[in-house]
Design a binder for this molecule. Structure first.
Ligand code: GLY
Length: 389
């Protein structure tokens, strides 16, 4: 596996980086207590939005991480106010006809339940897990990502869903109902069978046949081309396989982690923060935006997977995470700014290419999940963190 001759973040630097992030979260509380944070910033400052985006769970996740470190009541009370809004959202089925229930409900409501025993958080998260199960397609054995169920041009899953299935593992443990975890395992098996190419790169989305249930083809939405490798999809692959290994302890999940990580490392530019698609590297990336959020997501995956392997490999993975975090903290993290400012610059939500199908949004901006995973990775780096996932 590729190694890098770069310094790692020291413990002292990690403490300072996390406290800098928490100071910005504290400053932004008034703006995002009764409204949510938009998926991406505009010139590094987030507009407020209603609780109707797939990304609304990340801001409460940041507030919970800030609460864990400081114990300050302002964080706890804001996060619990947001939990009420998440309960109303799932009870009233507001913008939940997609697979992103884990992204929404793990860092907001599972976190609330684990940290405070919030019954509203528990109820909301279990309802969200039930909603996620309604997206499962028996024919093809996958959780359908978007759109009306069963329609041929939406009969697909996407690699991002590896971060939604931990909500199902949690719901199984919490309720004793094995059906949740069963759907998670069946989806992950389908995903690992088709989404990872022989060289360890990944397809963003994968179509299945609604009649036979067989694999049809890989395609991109947010990556550069169908046959390229979208950086964040690869990062979801790294962290998602580590999380599924945590719950299932299936060796094939850890093997998938190694393959996906191996490709990711090979395609990193010298500062270890990827371009938005891994078709771009040091040799041809000039003028292309980065996606700093991918680096934080991968750091979380490395720190999770390092718990389950022999010492030498674990050390290697912790070193890689420390190097990535040093690069983000020194070169990408925001130090201060006006109310609403984000935590990490140079994320990319969706960049249009001549070949992809996305709506362009949040290019070279702070992105809500990039901020959250940066805080999660720093927290993981500093202590044995009890997961929200
Ligand atoms: N899950 C959508 C994204 O990563 O942009």
């Amino acid at each position: 596996m590729k190694t890098f001759q770069k310094p790692v973040l020291t413990e002292n630097e990690a403490e300072k980086a996390l406290d800098t992030a928490i100071a910005i979260v504290r400053q932004n509380l008034p703006m995002f207590t009764h409204r949510c944070q938009n998926h991406s910033s505009v010139n590094d400052v987030y507009p407020a939005c209603e609780n109707d985006q797939w990304t609304c769970g990340f801001w409460p996740g940041e507030v919970w991480l800030a609460y864990e470190r400081t114990g300050e009541d302002a964080f706890r009370s804001t996060a619990l106010t947001l939990v009420e809004s998440f309960l109303a959202r799932i009870e009233n089925k507001v913008a939940v006809d997609h697979h992103d229930m884990g992204f929404l409900y793990s860092p907001s409501c599972v976190a609330a339940y684990k940290l405070t025993g919030s019954e509203a958080g528990r109820r909301a998260a279990i309802l969200a897990a039930r909603q996620l199960c309604t997206r499962f397609q028996e024919k093809g054995q996958f959780i359908q990502a978007w759109g009306a169920m069963g329609v041929a041009d939406n009969y697909r899953y996407i690699i991002d869903c590896l971060l939604n299935v931990p909500l199902l593992y949690w719901a199984s443990e919490e309720t004793g109902e094995e059906g949740f975890a069963d759907i998670a395992h069946r989806h992950v098996a389908t995903c690992l069978a088709h989404s990872i190419r022989p060289d360890g790169s990944t397809y963003h989305t994968f179509f299945m046949d609604p009649v036979t249930g067989g694999p049809v083809r890989g395609a991109t939405c947010q990556g550069y081309r169908d046959d390229s490798c979208w950086a964040r999809g690869q990062a979801w692959g790294v962290y998602g396989t580590a999380l599924s290994y945590r719950y299932a302890k299936k060796s094939e999940y850890l093997n998938a982690f190694r393959r996906v990580l191996g490709y990711y490392l090979e395609r990193l530019p010298s500062d270890m923060v990827p371009y938005w698609d891994m078709t771009f590297g040091d040799e041809n990336g000039a003028g292309e935006p980065r996606d700093s959020s991918s680096a934080s997501i991968v750091a979380c995956g490395l720190l999770e997977a390092a718990k389950y392997v022999p010492q030498q490999e674990a050390e290697q993975w912790r070193t890689l995470a420390g190097q990535m975090l040093k690069s983000i903290a020194d070169g990408y993290a925001v130090q201060n700014g006006p109310e609403g400012v984000g935590l990490v610059r140079h994320g990319t939500y969706s960049k249009k290419s001549p070949y992809n199908t996305c709506t362009p949004e949040g290019v070279d901006e702070c992105v809500s999940w990039g901020d959250y995973f940066y805080m999660e990775a720093l927290t993981r780096y500093l202590k044995d963190w009890k997961l929200y996932w």
